[in-house]
Design a protein around this ligand. Sequence first.
Ligand code: NAD
Length: 360
Amino acid sequence: MEFKVALIPGDGIGPEIVGEARKVLDRAGEKFGHRFIYKELLMGGASIDVHGVPLTDETLQEAQASDAVLLGAVGGNVGNSRWYDVAPNLRPEAGLLAIRKGLGLFANIRPAYLYQELNEACPLKKEVIGDGFDMVIVRELTGGLYFGKRYTEEVDGVKRAVDTLVYDENEIRRIAVKAFEIAMKRKKNVVSVDKANVLDSSRLWRAVVEEVAKDYPEVTLSHMLVDNCAMQLVMNPGQFDVILTENMFGDILSDEASMITGSIGMLSSASLGAGKLGLYEPSHGSAPDIAGKNLANPIATILSAAMMLRYSFDLDEAADAIEAAVQKVISAGWRTADIMAEGCRQAGTKEMGDLIAAEI
Ligand code: NAD
């Protein structure tokens, strides 16, 4: 099969890590008989330098016309006055918000997986880690507290600020469907996280998630209060498969989950909309401090490419092969500088890409 991939290298280490992901994708395509047709697009600082804005309408249209978007990272040193001495909507990172909105992406998917070989980087005790963990957080991205009406006023000489948390049943249903679909490709277990003992929006959330669950009888659903979930993530992370939650809870819990993996250069992510089109990117930024030095870890981007194969193209076999190749290279003792440990062999960005491609 043939797929159109919009490649957005972006800034900093972006071009290096996206280059390695492309190498790995091509190898997987060759092995499993698929062809990826790339269209390279500018975004962030790279687009500002050429067009004066972080995302042009033409670039957005090209992204919309593709089957999926693979992004490196955007942004530079805040000291870079060329990019930052401008209005916030003209800075590199504004391109990210604009493309997410333009592509209608409402679901953010962040896996948190612990490689046994990288246990040392995990801040949890060995007895808590147990056999490791492998979870995915599905976060609603375009509703809730961050998008509700907000204002600050003064009433009888006292200042007060108001934020509103609104969800309608359709917004809840569509993100719940994503979570159950993802669970069907995994261990078929969904924990829906809310604050239903206090919030009306959470009670509606719970009711709608239960309705959606009826369409997925093979998936086990349970509910957990967000405060308990924050504790469970550091007490028994191995219990989770898919965590489904609203925008603000997901913002906080996904950062907590990524911290317990201990290695930012390994964490992939995806943002999905109603159809198959998705945007795939590493969870980290553009790391300008190490850009151009062949030091960046390309694994988060390579694993994001694997997510693209799984969720946008339904090429599960090829996605599995990429993930297995990453595991093999790690097991063989290869490490980039950020995850280097005693007794291991150091690889640069390019060498890491070559090693993973060679394992497919
Ligand atoms: P960062 O994630 O870029 O870097 C934090 C630290 O982690 C740095 O020391 C960096 O060298 C290291 N690091 C990050 N990715 C790595 C990798 N793949 N391999 C090895 N080491 C890695 O975060 P920051 O320094 O806060 O931000 C730098 C720039 O990135 C800023 O302009 C910021 O706005 C932008 N940013 C972009 C995104 C995005 O494009 N989605 C996300 C976060 C930050």
